[in-house]
Design a protein around this ligand. Sequence first.
Ligand code: BT5
Length: 267
Amino acid sequence: MPTNIKVEKLQEGLKTKLMGKYIFFANEVASTNDWAKELAELGAPEGAVVIAETQTAGRGRLGRKWISPKGGLWLSLIFRPKLKPPETVKLIFLAGLAVAEAIRELYGLKAETKWPNDILVDGQKVCGILSEMKTIGEKVDYLIIGIGVNANINIEKDFPKELGETATSIQKALGRKINLEELFRALLEKMESLYQSFLKEGFTPILERWKSFTSFLGCLVEVCGDGERFEGLASDVDDDGALVLKLENGSIKRFLVGDLSIKIRRQ
Ligand code: BT5
């Protein structure tokens, strides 16, 4: 299975109306999120997708580096949701669920969701999501959801050593390469059907399903980032997407989706 993306195959048989109606492809970009932003500024509509074979400056949250060699699926989607800015975090969960469902259905791997923006396979990160938005007053002008999936990545060869301890790829978990265009299409189809359900039925069914794919709830976790560090029992993710932690002293603390990450301390 080659790692080169065949552009003409990206839309072939794609069963969506909105997502991927416009696809922008490049062999190499700095960051698909940056390119998507430029396009959104020029008026690109909701559902437009940017995809690149490699990123030279792929980004995680807080400007962290996202390693993006050839063989991965590096893409960004433009949304123009009628939501208040804080509500847009819901689309991070929606995207995570779409990735987890696509990986489960296509490859039979037990992809798990991890608060707030990770997808894990065998307990290691196979996908990260980066959402960035532009607001005008109280309104969202556009939201970019960037999705990076380690698909056909040889972890030992393609990644720096330290990342090999926390990251995995579909290729590693499956023992074979996959068809990147097929994963791309499945992901867009999932995103579209979940987005429609979100617009009709709201966030609760998405969140419930996201929670059913997670294994950190009920575990002792450490919340870190932004100079903060708390340890406690992960008891829930609430309707705002906030992590609810029961601290050792019995008090409850909520963490809004921001720049925090969790480490699982004990199952
Ligand atoms: C994320 O950030 O997990 C969001 C990653 C989003 C990447 C996509 S790719 C398409 C689009 N264009 C972009 O420029 N970005 C998006 P965060 O939670 O901050 O995690 C970042 C951390 O994950 C890094 O500090 C590394 O430790 C680790 N990491 C870097 N590259 C990785 C990879 N390919 N796979 C797994 N972990 C990685």
